[in-house]
Design a protein around this ligand. Structure first.
Ligand code: SAM
Length: 279
């Protein structure tokens, strides 16, 4: 298992490579952000030859994040978030959405990407309730003992732990279930865990399954990570926490806005998520 360590800005800047496509920047391009380079856009268009609706999948994930954060602040009374694999600070991120409801909410973002870190750090220079650390989810102990985490989060009060579109970047050999369990164990009772993940379409959809495997190879070759998981495997990441209705479902089916029609296309089958509460 590769161990990541929190880094300072100088180290992070030295690691930035814009000549190769990168997970955070390709995602940023798909959700309409401006923090991406030609290598990212070229790869994004290659991916769209296999999965033309890839940008819609990224947008569905971002909308899921926003519905989850609103639910947690407004209905569950959560006042602090640990958002791991937070991504580039595209409009509508966790702190923006939470602060529209309660400006006092504390958020710690965590990402192992140097551009995400340096860019977010600059934007958050004056923030009092929000910070970002450059750390790797594969080293949960380092995240949980980081000074910014300990300064902004009170581990005696419920925490909203967000693992959105990040565990699918962890290989089976790096044990995403172990990582999720370490993070769950550190959360106090009453905390919530939200997960979204690439989901492998079922055997009843052989063509889509074959295309998904092709897409998985493309991501592995170009971005180095990106795994589509079976429903059972994603479910294990919630441990024995109590699933909030409607459970682990297609992202579009998780508390959708009233009146919208849910299309059962490849986006529907390929990106799932849910929220659970620690008893
Ligand atoms: C697809 S983006 C998701 C952004 C945001 N969570 C969302 O759902 O809109 C995935 C993010 O996870 C980050 N990431 C990937 N592997 C990671 C790791 N091992 N540790 C921390 N962050 C990681 C990437 O840098 C990227 O910013």
């Amino acid at each position: 298992m590769t161990e990541g360590t929190p880094k300072d800005i100088g180290q992070a800047l030295a690691e930035i490579d814009i000549t190769r496509p990168n997970v955070a920047r390709v995602y940023d391009y798909f959700v309409g952000g401006k923090d991406n380079f030609s290598a990212d856009r070229e790869f994004a268009h290659k991916a769209m030859e296999i999965a033309p609706k890839a940008p819609l999948a990224a947008q569905a994930n971002r909308e899921f994040l926003q519905r989850v954060v609103r639910y947690l602040v407004r209905e569950a009374g959560i006042t602090q978030f640990l958002d791991i694999g937070s991504g580039l600070p595209t409009a509508g991120n966790t702190s923006e959405v939470a602060h529209e409801i309660d400006p006092g909410v504390h958020v710690v973002y965590v990402d192992n990407d140097p551009i995400v870190y340096t860019h977010s750090k600059a934007l958050l220079a004056d923030a009092v309730t929000v910070d970002i650390i450059n750390a790797d989810i594969r080293s949960p102990a380092e995240i949980l003992t980081d000074p910014a985490v300990l300064r902004l989060l009170d581990f005696d009060q419920p925490i909203g732990l967000l693992l959105l579109a990040v565990l699918h970047h962890i290989e089976d050999s790096e044990d995403p279930a172990w990582i999720a369990a370490r993070l769950r164990d550190a959360m106090p009772a009453g905390s919530y865990l939200a997960i979204s993940s690439f989901h492998m379409p079922g055997p009843e959809l052989p063509e889509l399954r074959a295309k998904t495997i092709e897409g998985e190879k493309l991501l592995a070759q170009n971005l180095g990570s990106g795994r589509w998981r079976e429903e059972d495997q994603i479910q294990t990441w919630f441990g024995d926490w109590e699933m909030i209705p409607p459970g682990l479902v297609s992202l579009r089916e998780w508390r959708p806005p009233a009146g919208g029609r849910i299309e059962h296309d490849e986006v529907y089958h390929s990106f799932w998520g849910g929220v659970a509460r620690k008893k």
